[in-house]
Unconditional design. Structure first.
Length: 305
């Protein structure tokens, strides 16, 4: 049974992680694409993340991972690192931090659908209602003022972010048994290693053509925040909390990110609140709450940027 002190530390870890994720939307948006292109950013983010996770593992007891599990983690990295991070940064590059954060907050809903299909979890009437409410909020946000213009960069950014969210939800479902079997740092170091190798192959041209001398001090600080805090520290804190608390509790903290992102975006002049954003936010929160409220045990999802 968890001690009160351990529970408190886990809750603090969750709060800090989601504050970081909420700030991350505006910071990443501020440095793209003028300071760094999305694909180059993805490569840099994964290189730094992989290095820091492997460095951290050097201070922990050595843990042997079965070959079949290493291969499974390679597959997991495609959804949790490669697709997730590429579409997150590309989507954020085109859409607003507010839109991106709200769409990503639907992760628990999609994770529940995939858990039902993959893990054969039962769906109830209330869960179906919650799912419908949440998806309605997403549609209101994406469709905006009527029929969407597929040539609109904001629309394409919203779609990329939505696909990124579904990919991350799938990752959280399939990675669950690995987190139960191995230390969270072990899981992260292998996942990021494969993610780094794949993204280097995809994004090396963009990384190679980057004009690093043109990056300002402010730009480097922003890049450093995303790589160190939003990638390494954020993932580390979420993983730590997941070992102590249920995924249901972890997912609830994700609700704070859109609020923080909206405040940061407004402060930095990257967006403004309007009735569509407010309405979609309310619907998504209600939908996610209804779905999460029913999952008292056996939860198989959690949230990330």
């Amino acid at each position: 049974m968890l001690t009160k002190n351990l529970k408190t530390k886990s809750h603090i870890a969750l709060l800090v992680a989601n504050i970081i994720f909420g700030i991350n939307f505006s910071i990443a948006k501020a440095v793209m694409p003028d300071q760094i292109k999305p694909m180059a950013f993805v490569v840099l983010r994964n290189v730094v993340g992989a290095f820091l996770f492997w460095a951290t593992s050097c201070f922990l007891p050595k843990e042997k991972v079965a070959v079949r599990d290493i291969l499974f983690l390679a597959v997991c990295s495609i959804f949790g690192v490669v697709i997730n991070q590429i579409l997150f940064l590309i989507g954020l590059n085109y859409t607003s931090p507010i839109n991106s954060s709200i769409i990503i907050s639907t992760n628990p809903i999609f994770a529940f659908i995939l858990a039902m299909l993959i893990l054969k979890e039962n769906i109830t009437f209330l869960k179906g209602i919650g799912l419908s409410i949440g998806l309605t909020g997403v549609l209101i946000l994406i469709l905006g003022n009527g029929s969407p213009d597929i040539s609109s960069k904001t629309f394409l950014g919203d779609i990329a972010t939505l696909v990124n969210t579904i990919s991350w939800a799938f990752y959280t479902v399939i990675i669950k048994r690995m987190l139960e079997k191995y230390h969270h740092v072990t899981v992260m170091k292998w996942t990021f290693l494969f993610g780094m190798l794949i993204t280097i192959m995809i994004g090396f041209p963009s990384l190679n053509n980057a004009d690093w001398q043109a990056v300002t001090l402010k730009g480097w600080l922003g890049i450093g925040f995303v790589c160190v805090f939003a990638t390494y520290l954020g993932y580390l804190l979420i993983s730590y909390a997941l070992r102590q608390l249920s995924p249901t509790i972890v997912s609830i903290y994700a609700y704070t990110s859109p609020v923080i992102a909206a405040l940061m975006a407004t402060i930095m002049g990257q967006g403004a609140l309007n009735k569509n954003i407010v309405l979609s936010t309310m619907l998504i929160f209600v939908g996610v709450f209804v779905v999460s409220w029913q999952k008292k045990q056996g939860n198989n999802f959690h949230y990330s940027e």
